[in-house]
Design a protein around this ligand. Structure first.
Ligand code: FMN
Length: 310
């Protein structure tokens, strides 16, 4: 890659109050290198430190479970308890040592996991069989939905205490937040299902919980699917509406908060033969285009592995 072809890529950027040394972002990628109990390991720290030393401006650490019942991989990083803060702090420091801004992705798999990983029946917005894991989840009660939103808030507080510069909410790839957002996976008849506003309620409550439990200017990133490529699923017009609503929540003058959106090809269904991120078959033809559309429709423009700061 010739640097003068991409003059902005190596220039500094901003994410809210954060200055980034360049506009290259390493997106979250699950490594399965935490301990079986979710603790940060030496291998995990070494892996991330090496990536930071490579010069990336912003690094988003992989899926960290806000609840043990929401783990998607056996050795997933845990952030559901205060006991994880010390290890997470070692990880954040190892990345920041290289001048890299570091965020951590807060995650709940919902139905897209199985009991052999979590030890319990997966949960979701509705009791619809997961097309990836093939298990039927249990429908969450409204009380449990509130508890999980609070778990995201507490997890964000731990990330901040551990020294992470920002958190990313995993609202994409068919995981729990996405399951609520999408009419494909959300068939509820209460205030969390049906209309677009109702399906958005869970995400809204999570953002509010994160705001409540962290500092007023703590940056929040939201990763969302631009198009699910599923009949009855989210399409880019929905993503546009969701993005605008998230931004309204996140840049509220009262909190002075910036909210960043990371676009993604989005698809999570249709091909479960590969890794967790293996996109559906239509990805090759349509995924990239949707990704770039997402850049255009979101007022805060971040997508994939590059970032345009404002
Ligand atoms: C092994 C692997 C693990 C991944 N884990 C995560 C993850 O933890 N969280 C996430 O949002 N995306 C995850 N992804 C998706 C990547 O962040 C990224 O979106 C994908 O590789 C496509 O890259 P692009 O967005 O630059 O096109 C993973 C991808 C791979 C290959």
């Amino acid at each position: 890659m010739r640097q003068h072809d991409y003059p902005h890529l190596s220039s500094s950027g901003r994410i809210g109050r954060l200055a980034t040394k360049n506009r290259i972002v390493m997106p979250p990628m699950g490594t399965n290198l935490a301990s079986r109990n979710g603790e940060v390991t030496e291998r995990l720290v070494a892996y991330y430190e090496e990536r930071a030393a490579g010069g990336v401006g912003t690094l988003i650490v992989e899926v960290a479970a806000v609840h043990p019942g929401g783990r998607a991989i056996p050795r997933q990083i845990g952030i559901w308890d205060d006991e994880f803060v010390a290890g997470l702090s070692v990880l954040a420091k190892a990345i920041q040592k290289h001048g890299t801004v570091c965020a951590i992705q807060l995650h709940h798999a919902g139905r897209q996991t199985n009991a052999s990983i979590t030890g319990e029946q997966p949960v979701s917005a509705s009791p619809l069989r997961c097309p990836v894991m093939q298990q039927v989840p249990r429908e969450l009660s409204t009380r449990e939905i509130g508890e999980i939103a609070n778990a995201f808030g507490s997890a964000a507080r731990r990330a901040m205490q551990a020294g992470f510069d920002a958190v990313e909410l995993h609202g994409a790839h068919g995981y729990l937040i996405n399951q609520f957002l999408s009419p494909y996976s959300n068939h509820r008849r209460d205030e969390y299902g049906g209309s677009r506003e109702n399906r958005f309620r869970f995400a809204r409550e999570i953002v509010e919980a994160v705001k409540r439990d962290t500092a007023s200017d703590y940056p929040i990133i939201f990763r969302m699917s631009a198009d699910e490529y599923m009949p009855g699923g989210l399409v880019s017009e929905d993503a546009q509406w969701i993005a605008q609503n998230l931004e309204q929540l996140g840049v509220s003058a009262r909190f002075g908060r910036r909210l960043w959106l990371t676009g993604s090809d989005g698809a999570a269904y249709g091909d479960s033969s590969g890794s967790a991120c293996t996109p559906c078959r239509s990805y090759k033809e349509r995924g990239r285009r949707a990704c770039y559309r997402c850049i255009q429709i979101t007022p805060t423009r971040t997508c994939g592995t590059s970032i345009e700061a404002r």
